[in-house]
Design a protein around this ligand. Sequence first.
Ligand SMILES: *Cc1c(COP(=O)(O)O)cnc(C)c1O
Length: 612
Amino acid sequence: MKNEIRIIIFDWAGTTIDYGCFAPVKGFIDGYKSIGIDITNEMARKPMGLLKLDHTREIAKMLDTPISEEKILEVYSVFEKILFDNIENHCDIKDYVVETVKVLKERGMKIGSTTGYTSAMMEKVLPKAAEQGYSPDFCIAPDQTAKGRPYPYMIWVNMMKFGIANPREVIKVGDTGVDIEEGKNANCWTVGVIMGSSELGLTRDEVADLSEDELTERKEAVRAVYYKAGADYIIDDMNELLCVVDDINKKLNQNAERLLLTPGPLTTRHSVKHAMLTDHCTWDDEYKAITTSVINDITNISANDDYATVLLQGSGSYAVETMINCLCKKKDKILFLVNGEYGKRMLTIAKNSRRNYDYLNFDMTQPINIKTVEKMLKSEKDIDIVAFAHCETTTGVLNPLEELVKLSKSYRKKVFVDAMSTFAAYDIDMPGLDIDALAASSNKCLEGLPGLSFVIAKKKLLKKSEGRSHSHSLDLFDQYQGLYAGGGKFRFTSPTNILLALRQALDEYKKEGGLQVRRARYIENHKIIVEGLESLGISSIVALEHQSYIITTFELGDLDFSELYAALKSKGFIIYPGKMTNIPTFRLGNIGNVYPDDMSELIKIFSNYVHE
Ligand SMILES: *Cc1c(COP(=O)(O)O)cnc(C)c1O
């Protein structure tokens, strides 16, 4: 079901009735006067929005001398009597409320309400409001729930009443800071109304007497209260509420849950995104310890203590670039093995940095050919380093890592691997194979968020790289020093929230069962996609034995990509365009927080689409 706003929950006094919220103020002043204490208008108003007995207690806290609970109850009984005598004279409906509520109801929304009044008080208010054309579908008072505001219980009862599961389909509208807090605690959208609010605390006549500047100043003060309380929207009058509803509905649609079948950014787990909600400072010791733990966990996935993981701010290409530029000597010659866009990207990096390099080009639909590489290594004696992508994400071709590394090592070459799309999903034994360096990132098979990449390299190699970098921000040695000698310190601003998300992603990786289990899930996902599309006559362009279980390229045939994309998007799946130049293709990634069930669902939708 589509997410959209289903209930609007209004506060009463100051929001929908009683311009300026005057009914309770007199009661509190007279109540305190009855025990010989004078309070100001501001004091009487400050806790507005709370259950009235709690409100009475809050005022007591502002006094110079403490008063007993007994006295507070005495004040409250006077307050209650005065309020009851007066309340019916303070039920005038505020501007635009009746018209706005009418439209909201016509558009299928339910009108709920919460209040600081007790249910006995509301019994007097409800008929008065109804007389003037305002009758919400539901009303609950704080004496009917365990606690009043800022607790969210009254909102929950509204949600129960209308059978709503998702608080993001609910808007709370109020005129005090505590109204906003109530909404925040319920995790629903919150709207503060300025004109006629208790926070503004003015009668219509008083507003009319203010100069334009004075009024603006008063309104800005109210705005500041709502803003600080965390309001999602702040409006002058209720006639702006319909625009707010439209805007939220647009956001809900944009943020609808869709599965990303791409090679990153991916669909990530809620816990991973949620981990970002804490703000940290780069220098903080606790934060630095988290950074170090991330470094150690990543190192342990594919390497050991002879290796270091150097985290870098930036996407995967940043790591590939520093690996190429900082880990070889000026004169070192690099041989790039290219069978797709990511191989080409390494070439561009080398070319722009004026490195000494050579390359071999291979068919994009085929893995790198060992024999061709061997011939090259045999004839070109001056090559120092061999570099290639493990999985060419362009097509999904998996290159023969072990054979390529063993071959290069038999010719005593160093090996740099772009393992961006395979790290944490394929068993890459860096020490066992004697791989010198590898580049990967947070947002592929680690299932973290984009913004962090890393190079895992032999410490020996890193230590020798001091002073080699032509770039300061991409100086791998300097970054290594900061992170290791500096106890987890990024040299420059660290993407703190993304790092926290990566910390959580690594925890999720362990929780799932590590490499073996994650790999098994990807293999199953991949199998369902390939077999399912094959049965619909849609073939992959890479032979099955050369495919990775990360991403697969399919022939588009007669299908139109834009139409296919839109059709699948409307059903909650985001697919990826192809990168082949000669034939029209599309790609399906199957990594991220996606499961065999999801893949089967995709095939069903695909089948319906193709048969239409
Ligand atoms: C994703 C990826 C990269 C890095 O790309 P960015 O857009 O910089 O994150 C590099 N190599 C391969 C093989 C990849 O899959």
